[in-house]
Design a protein around this ligand. Structure first.
Ligand SMILES: [Zn+2]
Length: 263
């Protein structure tokens, strides 16, 4: 079986280590924001690095690249951005990547940043479908919109929401509890969301990780994937004192409310 291990680091990041089989000595890391904890982990497990995968240009996703390359001079896959000169293989929407028997489809997800990409691996004999989506989609939330229009980012999230419902979501931050605290304000009558929030609070009180999520769970409980719900449109229109015509406008206004929440 393929396994995925989180390395918690920085304030709230997870660096994901992908091991193709239990006997693999070569592994792959997604969004290394710091080299040291990754080198320590790989050394402790007697593993070696095969490649680096990058989702977007923010420092907490790329600061570890140079340190890792000093130890292991491996390919670096990622989006085309002047801010990430270490990328050796540029990837964009629709590209395919095959690493050590693992297939990835590249999905362009602009919005958090314009160049942001996600890595989707379809279901296989050794793994359910997997999604490494950086800061585009979080468990219970989504990244801030730094680049592009609300419509562009809404379209990106719709692409992720259209993936198979059993897709495991490996996003880059442990933000789930704070995201769900906001989500229950938006949808107080969503019972599945309320139950999820209680479960996540218990997990965090015990120091446990809340990932991976799944596409199905996000479609049922993440307000940023649910902007077509009439109750969410009403919530957002009341809070923003505006009439909103499209799902993308509801999404954009909801994202702005969250940016300033809980004020
Ligand atoms: Zn980011």
């Amino acid at each position: 079986m393929l396994t995925i291990t989180p390395i918690p680091a920085l304030d709230s990041n997870y660096f994901w280590v992908i091991r193709p089989t239990p006997n693999s000595k070569m592994v792959y890391v997604v969004d290394p924001g710091d080299a040291t904890p990754i080198i320590d982990y790989l050394d402790s497990q007697e593993l070696t690095l095969g490649a680096i995968l990058i989702t977007h240009r923010h420092r907490d996703h790329i600061q570890g690249i140079t340190g890792l390359l000093e130890r292991w001079p491996v390919p670096v896959y990622g989006p085309d951005s002047d801010s990430i000169p270490q990328i050796t293989h540029k990837l964009g929407d629709g590209d395919l990547l095959r690493l050590d028997g693992i297939s990835f489809e590249i999905i362009g997800v602009p919005g958090h940043t314009w160049e942001h990409i996600a890595y989707f691996s379809p279901s296989s004999a050794t793994s359910p479908p997997l999604l490494f989506c950086g800061d585009a989609l979080f468990a219970g939330g989504c990244g801030r919109r730094f680049d592009g229009t609300a419509e562009v980012m809404w379209d990106s999230l719709q692409k992720l929401g259209a993936l198979p419902e059993d897709t495991r979501i490996y996003c880059a931050h442990e933000y789930t509890q704070a995201n769900l605290a906001f989500a229950v304000e938006v949808e107080p009558d969503n019972q599945e969301l309320g139950a999820r929030f209680e479960q996540v609070k218990r997990a965090r009180a015990q120091g446990n990780i809340t990932l991976p999520s799944t596409i199905l769970l996000e479609k049922r409980t993440n307000p940023f994937l649910r902007c077509q719900q009439p109750s969410i449109k009403i919530f957002v229109e009341n809070k923003s004192a505006r009439t909103l015509a499209t799902h993308a406008e509801v999404f954009g206004a909801l994202r702005l409310i969250k940016d300033n929440w809980p004020n």
